[in-house]
Write a protein that binds this ligand. Sequence first.
Ligand code: PEP
Ligand code: MN
Length: 343
Amino acid sequence: MLILMNLNSPREDIKEVKNKIISFNCTPHEIPGASKLAIGITGPSEFLIKEEFQLLPSVEEVIRVTKKYKLVSRQMKSEDTIIDVNGIKIGGDQLTIIAGPCSVESRDQIFEIAGRLKEMGVNFLRGGAYKPRSSPYAFQGLKEKGLEYLSDVKKEIGINIVTEVLNQSHIEAVAEVADIIQLGARNMQNYALLEEVGKTQKPILLKRGMSATIEELLLSAEYIVSQQNYNVILCERGIRTFETATRNTLDLNAVPVIKKNSHLPIFVDPSHGIGIWDKVPAMAMAAVAAGSDGLLIEVHTNPEKALSDGYQTLNLASFKALIEKLQELAPVINKKLNLGNYE
Ligand code: PEP
Ligand code: MN
């Protein structure tokens, strides 16, 4: 259920509504919007009596949220969520680029890539320190050393860091370095991990599981938001289908469907989505045309030598060419390519 109140409701009226919610053993979530204050309710809300809320002062409307996911739904908040990461806005009319190698491989590698991306105005560097690999014999990431290099890059080059957390025991160390914590496709339904990252107030980039429906992705986001962390960015990264010509099938349908049903920003990862480097720019452009709020792109100075995902990774020249095309596309769909304003 959702309670809509006047934006200028006195604090005591808001408190009364919240106390009533708590008396039903539910949890209130205050979500200020542009024209109304929404109080979302999670917990055993089937026992709530709608009429008891309608009569309270400053309450304008009581709505039953029909979707399984509540706090992340458009019914709960009609305006787009805009996430502020160190002064850089994500969502709304912004088109944000997160770029970098699949994995942090060495100090020199990550410094060189970060430096070149920064020169191009990229504000967010991606790079995995803990890597979830299909084979236990494949490169698993530099782990703590990788985090240390990312932390040095952040200090010395001045670029925001996006890196993945694989399990609960790493959250603290990853949160220390990451400006955005990535939660990967394989962990999208690790509910204990979702709750734990929800307890941090860090922005979370939540990737869609390779066999997850859009509804399941939104329910996973709900796990994080229900812990009072509203800073969730969704990411479409391709799903498994019968097709074998590409690594995954990039489900761009998800972009307008999610835009309609949720207020959270949605990004697209065309690198994992198609899995073939020379086709990544086409799918990146298509993602932006579909309304994506940002792109996650694998870039390396030397993709042939990359320790993971080299085949789907752009070199600097192809990445630069893509950025130039995005500069032209962004205004056509009323987006601003968000480059070069790291604070
Ligand atoms: C990645 O971003 O390198 C990655 C492992 O992605 P996914 O979780 O989508 O497979
Ligand atoms: Mn990768």
